[in-house]
Ligand binder design. Structure first.
Ligand code: ZN
Length: 124
């Protein structure tokens, strides 16, 4: 390898390392993705800004879009916190892919029952 090729590889690696926080935030669909990208690109050169961006990106919860209302909800959620719609669980996805191999039963009600007004309160 010539020195030009080596320096090209080194600069490419450094550029990828520099934008790593933005790529992590994007791959996780983080709610604060815009802030992470802004801190990464505007303050990343200060090293401290890069560390803030990478920690912020790694601490961000992975999100997914609710199929009912399209709002961002945590990826591990089974019920949407906005519209109370049921979200597909990994078991349901596996059953859809291989109906014979997964025999687990999962309730498929699209909406959770609403709480009655007196639930949770004792009457005296
Ligand atoms: Zn929803």
């Amino acid at each position: 390898m010539t020195p030009d090729v080596i320096s090209l590889l080194v600069y490419t690696g450094l550029a990828l390392l520099y934008i790593a926080p933005a790529m992590i935030a994007s791959s996780r669909g983080a709610r604060s993705q815009g802030g992470i990208v802004a801190v990464n690109l505007l303050l990343g050169w200060t090293i401290v800004g890069w560390w803030i961006a990478i920690i912020w990106a790694l601490a961000a919860r992975p999100m997914k879009a609710c199929p009912h209302c399209a709002r961002a909800v945590p990826a591990e959620a089974s019920v949407c916190s906005y519209c109370r719609g049921a979200l597909a669980s990994p078991v349901e996805i596996a059953r859809h892919a291989n109906p014979q191999t997964v025999a687990t039963t999962v309730p498929t009600s699209p909406r959770l029952p609403t709480k009655s007004p007196n639930q949770g309160f004792k009457r005296f």
